[in-house]
Design a protein around this ligand. Structure first.
Ligand SMILES: CC(C)(COP(=O)(O)OP(=O)(O)OC[C@H]1O[C@@H](n2cnc3c(N)ncnc32)[C@H](O)[C@@H]1OP(=O)(O)O)[C@@H](O)C(=O)NCCC(=O)NCCS
Length: 186
């Protein structure tokens, strides 16, 4: 996220359904180790649904290092300073791209507390002003919580397809939805 976008959308305090106050803020270059710890905490059952890349330290450090990229917006949810409990992002390939790709992962400890919805709400406020007008995602049919959350946030199903099996053979091919959201009129 560009620094000027970070200034327009500063950290936000949010109260979750369990009464806990957390901070939603942009990912920063210094978040590498905290992001690595978050990745390491994601159980295999959740990696099945959230697998944009291996959830290892190398990818965490690389993602944090490009926190000021003009072609992405990444938000983290901090339950306490220095710890990441969830994150969400959208990325696009070129300055004038029509579409971005969306992803989200909330740690087990905060699932079901409204953390996912709070992260998405903030992300969509930014997407109304920054980045491509359309946002895309894919989500397995076996993940009804995510499908329901996405629909309630304005995504619609555009097709059904089969997700390719994981390269390492960890998870087989399975049915998924491709969904899209209009962030602002074109
Ligand atoms: C999917 C995910 C992001 C949702 O975040 P969360 O913090 O657990 O969800 P929230 O507490 O914000 O709840 C979102 C909504 O889903 C609803 N929901 C929960 N379980 C549900 C289910 N089985 N079916 C339908 N809706 C469900 C909740 O009621 C809530 O709606 P509400 O705000 O109107 O009450 C999170 O669980 C997660 O990261 N899971 C593992 C990785 C993953 O699946 N990522 C998405 C990959 S596509």
């Amino acid at each position: 996220m560009q620094k000027e976008t970070m200034e327009r959308f500063p950290p936000q305090r949010v109260t979750l359904k369990n009464g806990k106050e957390v901070t939603i803020r942009p990912l920063l270059p210094e978040d590498g180790e905290a992001l690595a710890a978050f990745y390491a905490s994601v159980p295999q059952e959740d990696y099945r649904f959230y697998c944009p890349h291996p959830l290892d330290r190398e990818h965490a450090l690389a993602n944090a290092a490009k926190a000021f990229s003009p072609l992405e917006v990444v938000l983290v949810l901090e339950p306490e300073p220095g710890r990441i409990g969830g994150y969400t992002w959208y990325r696009w390939k070129a300055p004038n791209a029509e579409r971005s790709t969306f992803g989200i992962c909330v740690g087990r400890a905060l699932q079901g507390t409204g953390a996912g919805r709070a992260l998405m709400k903030r992300l969509m406020e930014i997407a109304a002003e920054v980045g491509p007008p359309i946002m895309c995602l894919t989500v397995q049919k076996a993940n009804p919580r995510a499908v329901a959350l996405y629909q309630s946030m304005g995504f619609r199903i555009v097709r059904e397809q089969m997700r390719a099996p994981m390269a390492d053979g960890l998870f087989p091919s399975e049915p998924e939805y491709a969904m899209e959201r209009v962030n602002r009129p074109t």
